[in-house]
Design a protein around this ligand. Structure first.
Ligand code: ZN
Length: 320
């Protein structure tokens, strides 16, 4: 599947669902355009931490079914739905193998019950890969270019479009960049290791860094830390600088493996990119192979709210 044949074939109405850490976005997509969209509060992450696997799964299925049905009601002509989901998706069975930020969801099939309930073909793809594909098609890439997408949210997700093709990996775990280790003996991570990039570069990482520096501010939201940084709080500024450095450390490692020239930064925390950018740029230049210095184009997503939905619809929704 390449971006060009997706665009050629598809003028149908498709539903795209982007499942985030605390919100879910559902939209109706035609070509690359969002014709209707809605944001629904759905804290799957917190729910999974406080409920048993089966109850959490039922709740997730129910929320997804309601969101998709809402779109079906408004656009009865929709012919399929695609879900961008934060987890590893088995490339063959389309089951969720594991979801580091949604504990308890292991080897789970969302598609069979959803397709049956909704009487609609439903597909699933990793959320960051879907967002990467959304960014790729929205930017109108024509020359089968390569692109790396980094999504800064509850965790740090990554997606790779390699010469025009989305690359999920043989086991569905390509670009799990949030778990690149950047600090030996660093903060413990949900994946079982320590010092993973997302423990510093994600929204929760920023909150943790701020709590460490300021002392006793556990549970502070990253948007509050951003507001403090903009008022001149040095601990808050430093927390975002650390996030920028951590992201650069991870990205420099990725670019040593996958040589691309275009990187798009998205996700909710990309709104605070101005607070991270200088530290990110300095660290990236220092860590890159000299041949790549000054040659990587970094863009902040201009369609952060929509890229995940568009990509989920265009990449994951099954088509006849
Ligand atoms: Zn990890």
């Amino acid at each position: 599947l390449t971006s060009s044949n997706v665009l050629e074939k598809n003028d149908a109405y498709l539903i795209g669902v982007d499942v985030g850490g605390t919100n879910l976005r559902v939209g109706v997509i035609q070509q690359c355009n969002v014709v209707w969209a809605e944001r629904i509060h759905a804290d799957f992450s917190a729910f999974c931490r406080t409920h048993a696997g089966e109850a959490a799964l039922d709740s997730i299925l129910d929320t997804l079914a309601r969101a998709i049905r809402e779109a079906q009601t408004r656009y009865p002509a929709v012919c399929a739905a695609g879900i961008g989901f934060p987890g590893f998706i088995d490339p063959m069975t389309r089951r969720i193998i594991q979801s580091p930020n949604l504990p308890g969801l292991t080897d789970v099939d969302l598609l069979t019950p959803l397709s049956k309930t909704l009487n609609l073909p439903v597909g699933i793809e990793n959320d960051a890969l879907a967002a990467a594909f959304g960014e790729y098609v929205v930017s109108g890439q024509e020359h089968r270019e390569s692109l790396i997408y980094l999504g800064l949210g509850t965790g740090v997700g990554g997606g790779l479009i390699l010469e025009g093709r989305p690359y999920p990996g043989t086991h569905g775990v390509a670009m799990e960049v949030g778990h690149i280790i950047i600090e030996s003996d660093g903060r413990p991570c949900g994946c079982g290791n320590r010092g993973c990039m997302e423990q510093y570069a994600s929204a929760s990482g920023v909150a943790l860094t701020y709590a460490e520096l300021a002392g006793g501010w556990q549970g502070m939201d990253s948007s509050l830390v951003a507001a403090l940084a903009r008022k001149g709080d040095t601990h808050a500024s430093r927390a975002f600088e650390r996030a920028g450095e951590a992201l650069a450390q991870g990205l420099a490692t990725i670019l040593k493996v996958v040589d691309v020239s275009r990187v798009v930064i998205g996700g909710g925390m990309s709104q605070s990119w101005d607070l991270m950018h200088a530290a990110f740029r300095d660290r990236l230049e220092a860590d890159l192979i000299p041949a790549l210095r000054g040659r990587i184009h970094i863009d902040v997503s201009r369609s952060a709210d929509q890229a995940g939905m568009i990509g989920a619809a265009m990449l994951a929704a099954p088509r006849a």
